[in-house]
Design a protein around this ligand. Structure first.
Ligand SMILES: [Mn+2]
Length: 319
C-alpha cells in the first residue's frame, strides 16, 4: 500500500483527462528537480500526451552528460494552454509566480519533500520523510506498475544521489537503498551520476572553494565552522553562485565541528546563509535558520539577510 495511493489515483485521473501537460522545475535546478521532471516527462510522453518542461533557469550544464534535455523559459510559453501543471521539488523557488498566472480550470499538482512548503495545488504530494522528489516519483511509477527503462532509472537515481549527498545524509533510509538497488538493476550508472553531480569541478569552482576553505574559522564554544564568500571572491575566481552550494557540506566534515555555516553575498545587497550538520552531531540547523527568518531541514537549512560582508579583526560582520 502506498502512502499517497489516493493522490496517485487522482493524479492518474487528471493526467489521463489532460491533453497538454506542463512540468515545472525550480530555479537553479539541481539533480532532484531535473531528474523528477524528465522522468515524469518520459512517462507522460509515453501516454501520448503533449508535455513541456518549464524552468526559470536553463537546463543545467553539469547534467549535459546525463541527459540532453532542454527547459523552456516560462515567459516563452503560453501558460493558458495546459490542462495540468505539475511542479516538482522546492516549489517555492519559482512556481508561486507561475501558479498566480493559471486559471481556475487548470489543475495544479505539487510534488515536494521540503518541510516548510506552504504553497498548495489541487493535488498535493508533499512529505518531508522522503529523501527526494525522485523517490516520490519512483513510488508513483511503482504504484502504476510502469516499466522503468534505463533512462528513467538514471534520472530517478540522479535525484536520489544528489539529495542524499551520495547516500551519506540522514535521509538515506533502507527504502532509499532498496530503490537505488532496483534502479541500479535497471541500468542507472552510479559512477557517471556521481561524476556529474559531485566530482566534475571546473577550476573556477575549485578556486572559489579554496577561498572559502582558507577563510574558514572554528568557533570552539558552539562548534560552528564558518566561512564567507563575497561578490569580489566570485568575480575574481570567475565563479558562479552555483559553485557555492557544496562548500557548507565540505566544511561540515571537519572533525570536532557541530555544524557549518557559509555566508555568501548575492546580488541586491542580500547575504545567503547555508547551514549543514550531520545526524550524529545532534544539532538542528533549521532552528538556527529560523532565527534569521529562514528554514529547511534539520541537517540542511538556509536563510537570507540584507547587508554586506565586511572583514573585521574578530572575524566578519554583516553591515
Ligand atoms: Mn529535492
Amino acid at each position: 500500500m502506498h502512502k499517497f495511493a489516493q493522490e496517485f489515483h487522482t493524479l492518474n485521473y487528471v493526467i489521463s483527462g489532460s491533453e497538454k501537460i506542463l512540468l515545472f522545475a525550480h530555479a537553479s535546478p539541481d539533480g532532484d528537480t531535473t531528474g523528477a521532471v524528465i522522468a515524469l516527462k518520459e512517462h507522460i510522453k509515453n501516454l501520448g500526451k503533449v508535455v513541456d518542461v518549464a524552468c526559470p533557469d536553463p537546463y543545467p550544464d553539469f547534467l549535459k552528460n546525463i541527459s540532453e534535455d532542454q527547459f523552456e523559459f516560462p515567459d516563452n510559453l503560453d501558460l493558458g494552454k495546459y490542462d495540468l501543471v505539475i511542479a516538482c521539488d522546492s516549489v517555492e523557488r519559482g512556481f508561486e509566480k507561475i501558479k498566480d498566472q493559471l486559471k481556475e480550470n487548470q489543475v495544479t499538482a505539487i510534488i515536494d519533500h521540503h518541510p516548510d512548503i506552504t504553497l498548495r495545488g489541487d493535488i498535493n504530494i508533499i512529505d518531508a520523510d522522503y529523501s527526494s522528489v525522485c523517490e516520490i516519483v519512483y513510488d508513483f511509477f511503482d504504484f502504476n506498475k510502469i516499466q522503468i527503462n534505463r533512462k528513467m532509472a538514471t534520472w530517478l537515481m540522479l535525484g536520489i544521489i544528489d539529495d542524499t549527498g551520495m547516500f551519506k545524509h540522514a535521509n538515506t533510509t533502507a527504502k532509499v537503498m532498496e530503490i537505488a538497488s532496483d534502479l541500479m538493476k535497471k541500468g542507472a550508472p552510479i559512477g557517471k551520476i556521481v561524476e556529474a553531480t559531485f566530482v566534475n569541478k571546473n577550476i573556477a569552482t575549485l578556486r572559489l572553494w579554496g577561498r572559502a576553505f582558507e577563510k574558514a574559522k572554528i568557533n570552539q564554544e558552539n562548534g560552528m565552522i564558518i566561512s564567507v564568500l563575497t561578490q569580489k571572491d566570485l568575480e575574481e575566481c570567475v565563479a558562479g553562485t552555483e559553485d557555492i552550494a557544496q562548500v557548507a557540506g565540505i566544511l561540515n566534515t571537519v572533525p570536532g565541528t557541530k555544524f557549518s555555516l557559509i555566508l555568501s553575498e548575492r546580488d541586491d545587497n542580500i547575504i545567503k546563509g547555508s547551514l549543514r550538520s550531520e545526524e550524529y552531531k545532534g544539532v538542528d540547523v533549521s532552528e538556527i535558520a529560523a532565527r534569521f527568518g529562514g528554514g529547511g531541514h534539520k541537517l540542511a537549512s538556509g536563510f537570507e539577510v540584507k547587508g554586506k560582508i565586511v572583514e573585521t579583526e574578530s572575524g566578519w560582520e554583516i553591515v
